[in-house]
Write a protein of this length. Structure first.
Length: 219
C-alpha cells in the first residue's frame, strides 16, 4: 500500500472523529485523534478477522452437513467415516465466500494502515494525514463552498457525512496540497466512496470532483 493512500484512509477516520468546529482543533489534537484512529483501525481489523473466521466456520459446517446428509453417506453404517462427495457451488455458498473475502480485505487494509502509521520510517503517512487536516482547517470555508456550489442544490449540511468528508479530503488535496496527481486523488476518493458509503456515492463524489477540477483549471 502506498503511503498517501494509507494517509487518505486514515484522514477519513480522523475527519469522522471531529466533534466540534475544525478551527478549534490544534495540531496536537489532530495527532491525538490520529492515534485513537489507529486504535480504531486495529480494533476494526480484529473484528473483521473474527467475522472472517466465523464465515469460514459457517462454510465448514455447511460442507460437513451436506456431506453427512448426502444419499451416499445416509446409507452407510453408523460410526463409519463419511465418503467425500461433490459439492455444487450454490448461490448461498458463493455469498458466504464473497462475505468472507470482503471482511478479510477490510481487515488486511486496516492492519496495513495501522502498520504504516506506527512504523517510524513511514512517518509520511502521519505527516500527510496531518497536512490534509491542517490545510482543511485553514481553508474549510472555501472547501465547503466548492462542495455546496457543485452539489446541484443540495444543502451541504444534509449530505451524507462520509460523502462530505471524502469530498473535503479530496478537494483539500486538489487545491491546497502538492505532489499528488489529480487522477490519483479522484480515483482514490471514488474508491473510498464505493467502500464506505452508499451505492450512489461514488458517482456523486466523482461528479463533484470533476466540476472542481474544471472550474479551477486543474490537470
Amino acid at each position: 500500500m502506498q503511503a498517501r493512500r494509507a494517509a487518505r484512509e486514515l484522514a477519513l477516520i480522523l475527519f469522522s472523529q471531529f466533534e466540534k468546529e475544525i478551527t478549534k482543533y490544534s495540531k496536537k489534537d489532530f495527532e491525538d485523534i490520529m492515534v485513537k484512529s489507529v486504535r480504531i483501525l486495529s480494533n476494526s481489523a480484529m473484528e473483521e478477522l473474527n467475522l472472517t473466521v466465523g464465515s469460514l466456520i459457517d462454510i465448514k459446517e455447511a460442507i460437513d452437513s451436506y456431506e453427512a446428509e448426502h444419499e451416499t453417506n445416509l446409507s452407510r453404517p453408523m460410526g463409519v467415516k463419511n465418503k467425500p462427495v461433490q459439492i455444487p457451488m450454490t448461490d448461498e455458498m458463493i455469498s458466504k465466500v464473497d462475505t468472507m473475502l470482503d471482511v478479510a480485505e477490510k481487515a488486511i487494509l486496516a492492519l496495513e494502515i495501522a502498520e504504516f502509521t506506527t512504523l517510524e520510517n513511514q512517518s509520511e503517512v502521519q505527516n500527510y494525514t496531518i497536512e490534509i487536516a491542517e490545510q482543511f482547517k485553514k481553508n474549510n470555508k472555501s472547501v465547503d463552498e466548492q462542495i455546496q456550489n457543485y452539489s446541484n442544490g443540495w444543502d451541504i449540511s444534509r449530505l451524507v457525512k462520509i460523502d462530505k468528508d471524502i469530498l473535503r479530503i479530496a478537494i483539500t488535496e486538489l487545491l491546497y496540497t502538492k505532489g499528488a496527481p489529480v487522477k490519483v486523488i479522484v480515483d482514490e476518493a471514488v474508491e473510498l466512496a464505493k467502500k464506505y458509503s452508499t451505492e450512489d456515492s461514488s458517482s456523486f463524489v466523482n461528479g463533484i470532483l470533476a466540476k472542481v477540477i474544471v472550474e479551477n483549471g486543474l490537470k
